[in-house]
Design a protein around this ligand. Structure first.
Ligand code: AMP
Ligand code: GLY
Length: 470
């Protein structure tokens, strides 16, 4: 089948890497992709939030399945749009109503309360109820957790230790600190514990598969200090997420979530991301996301041994049936290389050397995130979506359809279908250096060794990813 993947981060590189190994994938297109995704398919120059461009690509390139990588198009209703305009196309991603689990924290909290899903005590406030909000803060213990209701690019959560500061932040948030996203603010009880990310692929009809569990590292500095980022690294498996813990997750969280969606008639065929916290052995939900995590995907894809394409297609059709989703027994780790200054302001456009240092490696793969082809490089992706499929650049060789051994990196050189030439930095998170290992330590050692080959001006990364487990 022809597959269109929407998004441009490390997550989409990892999904593209996995999808391109499938015997069921004829052509993979990535929109807009990044400087590395052209190794796995054809980059198309538009954004998933441009629904008309998505539809033109679906028609022009005879797409059979659309995989939505990032949340914005989902929250804006891409799935409903495609079901209406191109009903024969499979879509991996929830309806607009289902995407509210991520698009509105208040909706997510109400849902969890109604379903009896363990989560922090909370209340939601608007400008009209600001004084009640301040009183509610007084009933809580420090630290105080304030969350913008809507999408805020991962920046909408403030954790404050001082009550007056919390009240002031509430005023600022309701006053437009995150624009319309913080017109409603959720205030909740602080939970103390270690976090992990659980991913579920569901078919909306009660069928689901729990994918390998991961843990990401959100803070910019070592020792989990400094501001939050999109994520500085990740590991899988997560030692504390053992069978006892995961049984609780499945019974108390996964099943009621899927059942609650179904009972409300909310169409949800795609990935559910459960941001969990382990409070003395008891899993509680910090947040839902309606897509895979980044950088968690950069380890989860390594650890899925089964072909992901038939699984996603079956989920999108509403019938996962008994398709297996096998785990690779090896551990995986990823370390994110970021631009100096990130998550604050940083410069872009620095040349990257060693971006192909993992070529041919069976243990390490470098997933590009904020990269783009260097201005001097010949390949710039396709200019625009065009109706005529003939305009697909001919120098990309699709003939090389190889069958890859499941779960193994094989020879990455064989999967290099597109010309990935010189690349430059184009974002805060630049590349995710991801490795297999017999143990987490092996996997981490391999990624850190590989990083020694990669350079760009002001490159930064954390040297303590996964340390707590080794
Ligand atoms: P979110 O954007 O919802 O993922 O929140 C960002 C981060 O804030 C989470 O990964 C947690 O580390 C932290 N956080 C959010 N809610 C809570 C809470 N109720 N208790 C403790 N930490 C929280
Ligand atoms: N790594 C957290 C996220 O993708 O939201």
């Amino acid at each position: 089948m022809n597959i269109l993947l929407l998004g441009s981060g490390g997550r989409e590189s990892a999904l593209a890497w996995k999808i391109s190994q499938s015997t069921q994938c004829d052509h993979l297109y990535i929109a807009p992709g990044n400087g590395g995704t052209s190794a796995y398919g054809t980059n198309l120059d538009f954004n998933g939030s441009d629904f008309d461009a998505v539809l033109a690509a679906v028609r022009g390139y005879k797409i059979d399945m659309v995989v939505v990588g990032n949340e914005d198009p989902l929250v804006a209703g891409i799935t409903d749009f495609l079901h209406r305009e191109a009903p024969e196309v499979l879509v991996v991603g929830p309806s607009k109503e289902g995407a509210r689990l991520e698009g509105s924290k208040e909706f997510a909290k109400e849902f969890m309360m109604a379903e009896g899903i363990p989560t922090a005590r909370y209340r939601a406030f608007t400008a009209a109820t600001i004084e009640e909000g301040k009183k509610f803060l007084e009933t809580l213990k420090t630290p105080y957790v304030l969350k913008a209701d809507g999408l805020a690019a991962g920046k909408g959560v403030l954790i404050l230790s001082d009550l007056d500061e919390a009240k002031k932040s509430l005023e600022e948030m309701l006053g437009g600190m995150f624009g319309q996203s913080s017109a409603t603010v959720v205030i909740e009880e602080f939970l103390s514990g270690i976090e992990c990310s659980v991913f579920v692929l569901t078919d909306g009809n009660g069928g689901y598969r729990i994918l390998p569990v991961a843990k990401d590292y959100k803070r910019i500095h070592e020792g989990d200090k400094g501001p939050n980022t999109g994520g500085m690294g990740a590991v899988s498996p997560v030692p504390f997420a053992d069978t006892v813990f995961m049984e609780k997750v499945e019974q108390r969280i996964v099943k009621p979530t899927i059942e609650g969606l179904r009972r409300r008639g909310i169409e949800y065929r795609g990935f559910i991301f459960l941001g969990l916290i382990n409070v003395e052995g008891e899993p509680m939900v910090i947040e839902y996301n309606v897509r895979m995590g980044d950088p968690e995907t950069e380890v989860v894809m390594l650890r899925i041994a089964s072909d992901l394409v038939p699984l996603m297609a079956a989920a999108a059709k509403g019938a996962l049936a008994d398709l297996p989703c096998k785990e690779d027994p090896r551990a995986a780790a990823t370390v994110m290389l970021v631009s100096g200054g990130y998550p604050g302001s940083y410069k872009k456009g620095y040349p990257i050397s060693g971006a192909d240092a993992a070529k041919g490696s069976k243990d390490t793969v470098i997933f590009h995130a904020g990269t783009k082809p260097s201005p001097e490089s010949t390949f710039k992706g396709l200019d625009a979506v065009v109706d005529a499929p003939e305009r697909i650049v001919n120098d990309i060789e699709y003939e090389q359809q190889e069958t890859f051994e499941e779960g193994s990196l094989q020879d990455m050189a064989d999967t290099d279908r597109g010309p990935v030439g010189d690349v430059v930095t184009s974002g805060g998170r630049v590349m995710a250096v991801s490795s297999y290992g017999k143990t987490l330590k092996d996997a981490l050692d391999r990624s850190y060794d590989m990083i020694q080959n990669i350079h760009f001006t002001d490159m930064n990364y954390r040297r303590d990813i996964g340390n707590e487990f080794i």
